[in-house]
Ligand binder design. Structure first.
Ligand code: VG1
Ligand code: CO
Length: 544
């Protein structure tokens, strides 16, 4: 294998977004596009030379090709050893688990998460640091800066690596170990949860569940953990086969995209429990019989009940939630007497708090929940956590949720997404809101008085780094909030996200329909942001 230095020129727009660099497959396939970004990683992350690197992805279209490119470039850049999931597969939380367990210098994770795959779909790449988590902004900015001045990259010529056989091989001078993508992760799950109790629950014959892998990466993980180790009946995992295009679906576990699963939890023959995960296995949706647990509530419930689960039996140290996530978890933190942090959107902002031992659990409204066991959100972990609670509490999902609301009050919550909006119109809308901000406090909007209105900025309590313009926040006297943000993961136009939250202390009103209960606030948000006039949209594309 001959090392080569290839001349190249910079591409525009290689700045990572909320979670890595995401573009259409066609963009990634342009000659030198992927190579430039990967070389920028090696140029800025100098520990990788002579070190170890984990490589894997969610198995989407272009995953295998990208991995061959990365392995050749890693070898040419002096990486000593690469650990690759068999078939090029590693779910995002499993990649984080392997980086930590094997103490590597980092990992390259290939995924566009919940975005559709296939030749016309999306692809993505992100770098995770030695702690196992997504690179912080200082690192992603350094990588981006490098992509703007890059002139050359290093690679090798040679035959492709066989990714499908567990064992050791070489690329140039670099050792490559193809590892089982599931075993380290499954072992970690066994160390955290009471597998016996969950097995008993399945064995009772009284409990019926389905896990929808959405033809994405969690298929093999869920089959191994739920069906093989926990002995759930075969077929418990639906859409278990991981496909390059996710079967043409949209691997986003929410009420809009996991309709078949949702239907199974309704009606006379309803399942007791339904759960799903996304393209790369870091998101989760939790359903009970006729019952949907919002991700914000899920975080709060897990925090309030963590002491019932072996891995968290000694209590939790603190909780963090992303800014748009509901304040349900704050109430639990207060009662537990632990710290609670509000961070910008994106898992990278939890890393320092987790590393410093300030928090144990964290979550986002976007179907992301996790803990200090890895440095990514973790879909199957959340499902196992819920199963463990159901087994110990011997109650239904709906009972646990109602109980929780009675204890803490209910934070009604919904997110309205306007997708593929004209980018300039979306920027204009945000600008319009920013101009309104100073005049809002004290003003009545609909039924409520505004208490504060700002553009969220965050100073990391551990390293002091500052992140600005993280979303418009409007808080009302009664605890309700409206948040406006533009997505940082989309690949087409702009996506406007409107997050709405209102607090209801009275149990007599806890079982109202969310959209109905929140109608007045929804109308305030639409009017204030002039959504229809500015985007031409009457209704959101996706409601979660
Ligand atoms: C979205 C979510 C955010 C999440 C991110 C990555 O980002 O809102 O909470 O961390 O996706 O999740 P945005 O910028 O589009 O709102 V995943 O499962 O794509 O790694
Ligand atoms: Co994801």
């Amino acid at each position: 294998m001959q090392p080569q230095v290839v001349d190249t020129t910079p591409f525009e727009g290689q700045r990572p977004g909320t979670s890595g660099l995401r573009k259409k497959v066609g963009v990634f396939r342009q000659p030198h596009y992927l190579e430039n970004f990967v070389q920028a990683i090696f140029d800025t992350q100098t520990d990788l030379a002579g070190g170890e690197l984990v490589v894997g992805g969610d198995g989407r279209y272009y995953n295998r090709e990208a991995i061959q490119t990365i392995l050749r470039m890693a070898a040419a850049n002096g990486v000593r050893r690469a650990l690759v999931g068999r078939g090029g597969i590693l779910s995002t939380p499993a990649a984080s688990c392997v980086i930590r367990k094997r103490r590597t210098q980092g990992g390259i994770v290939l995924s566009a998460s919940h975005n559709p795959g296939g030749p016309e779909g999306d692809f993505g790449i992100k770098f995770n640091i030695a702690a196992g988590g997504p690179a912080p902004e200082s690192v992603t900015e350094a990588i981006f800066a490098r992509t703007q001045s890059i002139r050359q990259y290093r690679t090798l010529e040679g035959t492709p690596t066989n990714l499908d056989e567990i064992g050791r091989t070489r690329v140039g001078d670099m050792e490559v170990e193809i590892i089982d993508p599931v075993s380290d992760y499954a072992q970690l799950m066994e160390s955290l949860f009471d597998f016996n109790a969950i097995h008993q629950l399945f064995n009772s014959g009284l409990f019926r569940m389905r896990f929808d892998a959405m033809h994405a990466v969690t298929g093999p993980y869920a089959v191994e953990i739920l069906e093989s180790r926990l002995k759930a009946p075969p077929g418990t995992v639906m859409n278990a086969e991981a496909l390059e295009d996710f079967g043409g679906g949209h691997p986003d576990p929410n009420l809009a995209h996991a309709k078949a699963l949702v239907a199974l939890t309704k009606g006379p023959d309803a399942l007791d429990f339904g759960a799903a995960s996304d393209g790369d296995g870091d998101r989760n949706m939790i359903l009970g019989k006729d019952c949907f647990v919002t991700p914000s509530d899920s975080l709060a419930v897990l925090a309030a009940n963590a002491h019932l689960v072996p891995g968290y039996a000694s209590g939790i140290r603190g909780i963090a939630r992303s800014m748009p996530t509901s304040q349900a978890a704050d109430r639990v933190a207060e009662q537990l007497g632990v710290e609670c942090f509000e961070t910008p959107t994106g898992w990278k902002f939890f890393g320092n708090l987790l590393d410093a031992g300030r928090i144990t659990l964290c979550g986002e409204e976007s179907f992301g929940t996790g803990s200090d066991h890895v440095r990514e959100k973790d879909g199957l972990w959340a499902v196992l956590f819920w199963l463990n609670l159901l087994a110990v509490r011997q109650q239904s999902v709906a009972e646990i949720l109602s109980d929780h609301w009675r204890r803490f009050g209910r934070n009604f919550y919904t997110r309205h997404d306007y997708e593929a909006v004209d980018a300039a119109a979306a920027e204009g809308l945000m600008h319009h809101l920013r101009i309104l901000l100073p005049d809002l406090p004290g003003r009545r909007l609909g039924e409520q008085i505004v208490r504060y209105a700002d553009d969220f900025a965050y100073t990391d309590p551990i390293d002091g780094s500052r992140s600005e313009r993280q979303g418009i926040r409007i808080g009302f006297e009664n605890g309700a909030r409206i948040v406006f943000r533009l997505s940082g993961t989309g690949t087409e136009g702009a996506t406007l996200r409107v997050y709405l939250e209102s607090f209801e202390p009275d149990p007599a009103h806890h079982h109202r329909d969310t959209q109905e209960a929140m109608r007045p606030l929804i109308l305030v948000a639409r009017e204030l942001a002039q959504i229809e006039a500015r985007t031409g949209r009457l209704e959101p594309d996706v409601i979660t």
